[in-house]
Design a protein around this ligand. Structure first.
Ligand SMILES: NC(=O)c1ccc[n+]([C@@H]2O[C@H](COP(=O)([O-])OP(=O)(O)OC[C@H]3O[C@@H](n4cnc5c(N)ncnc54)[C@H](O)[C@@H]3O)[C@@H](O)[C@H]2O)c1
Length: 430
């Protein structure tokens, strides 16, 4: 199908009947197009990734057989700077998913105004089935295969689902071996001893907390005594829960993969974090009552923080949510139908594309520190992070008020305008 302008709405390599996450992203772009003014003539730029690389990743398994895995690296947009986005190791990863995640990175990076485009990578593999040696060989071969398009000034990967600082260290080493010089700036989320940044581990949770406090101030909700429920008590949810409790809020319910716990008077968060560290999950924590997993969504609270997985708030549970504010720590925790239900109920949703951007903001600091080989203190990093998050959130808030749209649509308006303005100023080559 060809549109009147001669452009094709979908690239031929996508199946229009099974668009997957890329289809959700396209709907979001369509929703903001009326707000883009003259820049709307460039909007097709956002509807196609600039570059999508599919690679075969063969490795020798410990038992002597050869296994092949499918890997991807997609650079959605590089108008504002090099590509930036994580690498996901998961058995269900698809090209459509990596394309959508790369596009959401373009939006997130533009929303907090860090000088990056958007990119994402992935391998279709369940890393839990691999030995450490197999995982290292997989990571190194994948890095070598995508090495033709990544680099400190081209595209900078980072950790995502099932990848961590060790995987980033192997990626950095492999890229460095191939180019013949240590290139710490090729990935972020590295161990601190290898050019990683202080504050990176806590950055996403700190960003979640920062935008939550700003939204509470703007809506007249006191943080002191506010009731908070958190799904996922790992890196993001654990940090956000701790910061809210330190600010005087009461964390009344927490859910993770081991179960759901509840304490109406407020959980002892440091003790819970220690329990999770020791046992691997919140189940069995002495200072709380267990509750049914499904009941979590109906807990009486002011602030709900989904910080675990995608598609958790759905049309089936959104109606029961009592919170006045939802802060999306996870990527894509709210389905589009649930988003509409929450909107109709008057629940304020702080969307992932701004609320969890603290991680990539400190990744940006890591990259800057690597380039200058000059490392900042944790206090400097946290202060800069908070300033960027507050400024970005204030901009999005104002756009939402002016246009009477949700914060999600407002974030897309701000980000898409920045990306397309950069595209327009640069012009088309040749
Ligand atoms: N870490 C970052 O910097 C960062 C940045 C942006 C977005 N995110 C997103 O935040 C989310 C959490 O990331 P993280 O780094 O905290 O991961 P993590 O692995 O540290 O923690 C994940 C948490 O989710 C819980 N969980 C897993 N399955 C669950 C289930 N079925 N029900 C309830 N809880 C479950 C786990 O028990 C754990 O507490 C992900 O969506 C991730 O993409 C993370």
């Amino acid at each position: 199908m060809t549109s009147p302008s001669g452009t094709h709405p979908l690239p031929s390599y996508l199946d229009p009947n099974h668009l997957g996450p890329w289809g959700v992203y396209l709907q979001q772009v369509d929703r903001v197009t009326p707000y883009l003014g003259n820049l709307a003539r460039w909007v097709e730029t956002l509807k196609r990734p600039k570059r999508a690389l599919i690679v075969d990743v063969p490795i020798e398994l410990d038992n002597g057989t050869i296994a092949h895995f499918e890997g991807y690296r997609v650079q959605h947009n590089v108008s504002r700077g090099p590509g930036k986005g994580g690498v996901r190791f998961h058995q269900d990863v698809t090209l459509s998913e990596v394309m959508a995640l790369s596009a959401w990175m373009s939006i997130k990076n533009a929303a907090v105004n860090v000088p990056y485009g958007g990119a994402k990578g992935g391998i279709r593999v369940d890393p839990k089935t691999l030995s450490r040696g197999e995982l290292e060989r997989l990571t190194r071969r994948y890095t070598s295969e995508i090495g033709i398009i990544i680099g400190p000034s081209k595209d900078i990967p980072a950790p995502d689902v099932n990848t961590n600082a060790q995987v980033m260290a192997w990626m950095m080493d492999t890229y460095s071996m191939n180019v013949g010089t240590t290139a710490t700036g090729v990935v972020t989320g590295k161990p601190v001893d290898l050019g990683g940044s202080l504050g990176r581990v806590e950055a996403t949770g700190r960003g979640v907390f920062t935008v939550g406090v700003e939204a509470a101030r703007l809506t007249g909700m006191p943080i002191e005594g506010a009731r908070v429920a958190v799904q996922g008590f790992g890196n993001v949810g654990g940090t956000a829960g701790r910061l809210f409790s330190e600010a005087g809020a009461k964390v009344v319910a927490v859910q993770d993969h081991t179960g759901t716990i509840h304490n109406d008077k407020g959980l002892d968060v440091p003790a819970l974090l220690a329990h999770v560290q020791q046992t691997g999950g919140v189940a069995g924590f002495a200072g709380a009552e267990p509750m049914a997993d499904d009941a979590f969504w109906g807990v009486a609270c002011d602030i709900l923080i989904p910080a675990a997985l995608e598609s958790q708030i759905t049309k089936d549970n959104a109606g029961r949510i009592q919170a006045r504010m939802v802060i999306e720590g996870a990527n894509g925790p709210t389905t589009p139908e649930a988003d509409d239900i929450l909107h109709d109920k008057g629940v304020l949703v702080l969307p992932d594309v701004i609320a969890n951007a603290g991680g990539v903001t400190v990744s940006y600091f890591e990259w800057v520190q690597d380039f200058s080989s000059f490392f900042w203190t944790e206090d400097e990093i946290n202060a800069r992070l908070v300033r960027i998050m507050k400024e970005a959130f204030a901009g999005v808030w104002n756009v939402a008020q002016e246009n009477k749209v949700s914060l999600r649509t407002a974030t897309f308006i701000v980000a898409c305008k920045r990306i397309l303005h950069a595209r327009e100023m640069r012009g088309l080559y040749p």
